[in-house]
Design a protein around this ligand. Structure first.
Ligand SMILES: Cc1ncc(COP(=O)(O)O)c(C=O)c1O
Length: 403
């Protein structure tokens, strides 16, 4: 018998009692029951630093990878840990052997640091970026069509597409991206796929074996309840020779052949650091099973996001960002803000919401502009009830009045 999700669950986390935690998507939280487990690994590292850092910690990290690979339905040899999605994306993008003039397909809605990493590649390695502009709400098929058109246009203009970088779930706006279809499309056109799945594990069901992306990077610390600093790189054997970690270690080997996977595991084994977040993957997944399992959690977080979002939209007299097949909302919902006028810049409006919400209203509000409209992104989670959304709607209206 599982407990009913909702506010009663909030005491299982360390959240301040008065805080309205409506922004799980940014940093995640982990349950209190993991604290002694996390601490026990840190203690082990102190009890015998050599035994732990040379042998036992790494062995346990592999064990946790194996456990995670069952949830992700993939070969554990295709996974390695990374500190966070940013580090994972950088590892791939900055070590992949791009040549001058190679083209990378991207979207303006990708995470700012990912797009900046791409700008770095443009500036330093003279790759060409081809950016697709997305104005939401969009149908999945429209995104596929825009992507197909961009590929055909560039191919008739010299081709050279090497990689496409796209999200599994975009950050702002917080929408599910049709990554399975785009993955297929780009691969069918001979383009490697790199999927930024920072928000995916724990928010949507994944089958990485079936997806067969060329590269896939995901956080466990956002939606899967692990302590922060826990992400994975998924690189199938055929591409492992292409990728080296952001910090090169003793195991580095040059591979002319991308399919040479001989040094991948050792190159990606972390150097000296606190491994304990990685080692909590199993405990986090066990916790999720103990409270009802992945399916039940995702069903609740999706449902509360939809119902909460619709409640807020009704109060605003606006709408949630959805398409006709309702594929955009996973567990983050985007609600159009009522119209307002302000002399503030876009960045100033975003900062205003963030600062006011945190320091004056004890919640966190992430707003963004897309398609010339303002949206607020709210995250569903097992510790939320509808009245949290109701309170937040009033807070948003009050902040708008102060803009
Ligand atoms: C889509 C996306 N990619 C990458 C990141 C970066 O994640 P991290 O800060 O864990 O590196 C985020 C963080 O919110 C994100 O939303």
């Amino acid at each position: 018998m599982t407990k009913t999700f909702g506010k009663a669950f909030r005491h299982e986390f360390s959240l301040e009692p008065e805080y309205i935690p409506i922004n799980h998507g940014s940093f995640g939280v982990y349950p209190n029951s993991l604290k002694p487990i996390l601490r026990s690994y840190q203690d082990k590292a102190e009890n015998h630093p050599d035994r732990w850092n040379r042998f036992e910690g790494h062995k346990l990290a592999r064990h946790n990878i194996e456990r995670l690979s069952k949830n992700l339905k993939c070969d554990p040899a295709h996974l390695s840990f990374a500190l966070n999605a940013s580090t994972g994306m950088n590892s791939i993008l900055r070590s992949f052997p791009f040549k001058e003039g190679d083209k990378i397909l991207m979207y303006q809605t990708s995470y700012a640091s990912v797009n900046q990493t791409l700008n770095f590649l443009r500036d330093h390695y003279k790759v060409e970026l081809v950016s697709i502009h997305l104005d939401y709400p969009l149908e999945d098929d429209e995104i596929v069509e825009l992507t197909r058109e961009a590929i055909e246009r560039e191919n008739s203009n010299g081709g050279n597409f090497r990689m496409a970088v796209f999200d599994a779930i975009t950050s702002v706006p917080g929408v599910r991206f049709p990554f399975e279809k785009i993955n297929r499309l780009v691969q069918d056109n001979g383009i490697l796929s790199l999927i930024d799945a920072a928000h995916a594990i724990g928010q949507i069901e994944l089958n990485l074996g079936e997806l067969d992306a060329d590269f896939f990077v995901a956080n466990c610390h956002k939606w899967s309840f692990t302590p922060r600093g826990c992400a994975i790189l998924y690189v199938p054997s055929r591409n492992q020779g292409f990728v080296h970690p952001t910090s090169i270690n003793y195991a580095y080997e040059f591979h002319a052949d991308g399919a040479d996977c001989s040094s991948f595991a050792l190159e990606h084994a972390p150097s000296t650091m606190d491994l304990s977040a990685f080692l909590c993957v199993e405990a986090a997944l066990d916790y999720r099973e103990s409270i009802g399992g992945e399916e039940a959690i995702m069903a609740y977080t999706h449902d509360i996001a939809i119902r909460g979002g619709e409640l807020v939209a009704k109060k605003f007299g606006t709408q949630i960002m959805e398409n006709s097949t309702r594929t955009l909302t996973a567990s983050m919902v985007n609600i159009e803000l009522p119209p307002f006028t302000t002399t503030k810049t876009t960045k100033e409006v975003m900062d205003f919401f963030l600062n006011k919400s945190i320091y004056e209203y004890n919640t966190t509000l992430s707003v963004c502009k897309n398609n010339n409209k303002w949206w607020v992104r709210l995250s569903g989670q097992i510790y939320l009830d509808l009245d949290d959304f109701e309170k937040v709607a009033d807070i948003i209206l009050s902040i708008i009045k102060q803009l």
